[in-house]
Design a protein around this ligand. Structure first.
Ligand code: RB5
Length: 145
């Protein structure tokens, strides 16, 4: 189950991401925003991050104007490893090395072609494990988050 979140500035891409997930038969839960009316990204990113923390969703894709605000919120939640990606290679490495469970992107910074490629890579790449396993575990043990 993928948790989706945005604010007004990420709303259009969030709706397009839903189409990608529907086409691929991937289930998702939409934590808002519900329109492109001005709103506050922490409200939506917080609820979606909690769903991941509590195991109700296994991954998330969050969108705001830059991808930065929703990423800051996400990384304050226990068990969440959010990666803001602007190129597909970053999404690939975020999955391979960091086992990132949340992708954040900026609708104002990325054209849709690039954004959709990043999303595809995020969905299709598995954690490499091995030497990265202990490092990823330390993220949580050292921060107690
Ligand atoms: C909204 O104007 C914008 O600040 C927000 O979408 C995001 O980019 C914040 O990080």
């Amino acid at each position: 189950m993928i948790a989706l979140a945005s604010d007004h500035a990420g709303f259009a891409y969030k709706e397009k991401i839903k189409e990608i997930l529907q086409q691929r038969g991937i289930s998702f839960k939409d934590y808002g925003a519900t329109s492109d009316e001005s709103s506050d990204y922490p409200d939506f990113a917080h609820h979606a991050s909690e769903a991941i923390s509590q195991g109700e969703c296994d991954r998330g894709i969050f969108v705001c104007g830059t991808g930065i605000g929703v990423g800051i919120v996400a990384n304050k939640h226990k068990g969440v490893r959010a990666a803001m990606c602007q190129i597909p290679e970053a999404a690939r490495l975020a999955r391979l090395h960091n086992n990132a469970n949340v992708l954040t992107i900026g609708e104002r910074l990325l054209d849709w072609e690039t954004a959709s490629e990043i999303i595809t890579v995020f969905l299709d790449t598995n954690f490499e494990g091995g030497r990265h396993t202990a490092r990823v575990e330390k993220i949580h043990s050292l921060t107690n988050k």
